[in-house]
Design a protein around this ligand. Structure first.
Ligand SMILES: O=c1ccn([C@H]2C[C@H](O)[C@@H](CO)O2)c(=O)[nH]1
Ligand SMILES: [Zn+2]
Length: 140
């Protein structure tokens, strides 16, 4: 599967001196044939580390793409489909719930789920618009 192969290739750039856990991701935008890829980028200050999915999505957004068809994730795990962390699920959800997440094993086999399936009952951009309080915080 081409998108999984792009994610596997992106994994080679992983900057993960602390976890030694390489992850790559590739996103495909709607109406596009361009793949944007990313890897995890860790930091000496551990909590600042970025996941591969966030890197790939941020690269895509910064190139002008905000509607996505699919994202693939790759790691070195042989017996386990790499699963996006909770933060990445929310990061994906920002750009819609009805798009595909290909979670792969190191041999390229994959499990496919939608963002909606990975993050049900999610909080998204529409909810924020609905929740606008016209009065604001009167204590301020
Ligand atoms: O789906 C995942 C899971 C983990 N990681 C990264 C974060 C950290 O750098 C390393 C270990 O958690 O793997 C990702 O990039 N994506
Ligand atoms: Zn993550």
């Amino acid at each position: 599967m081409a998108l999984v192969q792009k994610a596997q290739k992106a994994k080679e750039q992983a900057y993960c001196p602390y976890s030694k856990f390489r992850v790559g991701a590739a996103v495909l935008a709607i109406y596009s044939t361009v793949f944007l890829t990313g890897c995890n980028v860790e930091n000496t200050s551990y909590p600042l580390g970025l996941c591969a999915e966030m890197t790939a999505i941020s690269k895509a957004v910064s190139e002008g793409y905000i509607s996505f068809k699919a994202i693939a994730i790759a790691s070195d795990l042989e017996d386990c489909f790499i699963s996006p962390c909770g933060a990445c699920r929310q990061f994906m959800r920002e750009f819609g719930s009805q798009w595909d997440v290909y979670m792969s094993k190191s041999d390229g086999s994959y499990k496919l789920m939608t963002v909606e399936e990975l993050l049900p009952c999610s909080f998204g951009p529409d909810d924020l618009r609905k929740g606008k309080n016209p009065v604001g915080n009167s204590k301020l």
